[in-house]
Design a protein around this ligand. Sequence first.
Ligand code: C5P
Length: 427
Amino acid sequence: MSRSPSAPGPLAGRRILLIVGGGIAAYKALDLIRRLRDRGAAVRPLLTESAQEFITPLAAASLAGERAHTDLFDRESEAEIGHIRLARDADAVVVAPATANMMARMATGHAPDLAATVLLATTLPILIAPAMNVRMWLHPATQRNLATLKGDGVAVVGPNEGAMAEAEFGPGRLAEPHEIADALEAMLVQRSEPRDFGFLAGREVPKKLAGRHVLVTSGPTHEAIDPVRYLANRSSGRQGHAVAAAAAAAGARVTLVSGPVTIPDPAGVAVVRVESARAMLAAVEAALPADLAVFAAAVGDWRPAETRDAKIKKDGHAPAPLALVENPDILATISARAEGRPPLVVGFAAETDAVLDNARKKIARKGCDLIVANDVSAEGGVMGGSENTVHLVARDGSVETWPKLDKEEVGRRLVARFAALLEARRG
Ligand code: C5P
């Protein structure tokens, strides 16, 4: 990508800490340094011990125009610039190539050297460009680590598919330097704030929701047919849980009313577990008052008219038709409260078609203040997936569409938006 000097891109004036892992692809890190500098960034290289088997600190330093850092107990470096400063003194961290070993360290918080220590200490946005043998990449352990890292807010570029050094073919090749630079630009445009882990809530994340009580519903409901069977909606709970986590990180007291899910409880959140829609409504009402209520649960619209106490037997006859009755609409019930309605009530709309039209109708029908709409048709992979493209639909019908983001980032952005809306209402 070339740019005229009059149109500086997102990397202009940015300081990038480039951590170079070991592996044959390390040589491409040198080209990456050059490209990042071409786009106006200042690059500080940090080479792991195994990276130095492939490229020298001198080569990296010459291209970067500043010294290359190398290991944790480098007295000179520690005196001059400690690892904590290295972890803070930049706008973003890029790890290229990120080896399987490096990803495992990052995912588990194991920090035996300078690179891993810096990665553990930093709250800057991180982009990793994995490169490894195809079997190592596809190994469940690496894929687990990848999922963990994404969950921690780490952005990933590549790996690309292609022929590998060991005469194998598949994903594992380091993304090209220009692709890494593009991904870094995209990340810097998307993420201007530090990754807000719950454990940092008290320090680095602006506590925009301090003193507020936030109520979130998440996950599916289960409507019992008999002791072993139930009706349910598809929902992993990931988006609702991410909103709850982000609200806690922003300083709110959070009550998360969750249907049955398999994902962990977010840190710093009071979780009330329920199964049915009626139990969810009761838990929501018990949790009020709240300053903000976000209804992200996929609540069953109907439940069996009757729940059998004993398992229905398969006795050779066609089963009796399942009579259904309507469940209470929790969002509509809370939105319509004359007393104790939260000042900001947000609904979700999962649609498979006519997303915006349906969301506009829904906001009027339900009486909420804002709808977060998304397309859950099979093509999008939103259901159970890690990413989401959302549209914010306001009461006046106006729509704001966000780019495809991971669900944690959607959660953080939604919370920032809700905080601003609450502040505007107060002011
Ligand atoms: O009508 P629909 O289910 O598409 O509406 C989705 C929105 O309404 C979501 O915010 C969901 O949490 C909420 N809802 C609810 N109670 C229901 C059905 C939906 O709170 N019974």
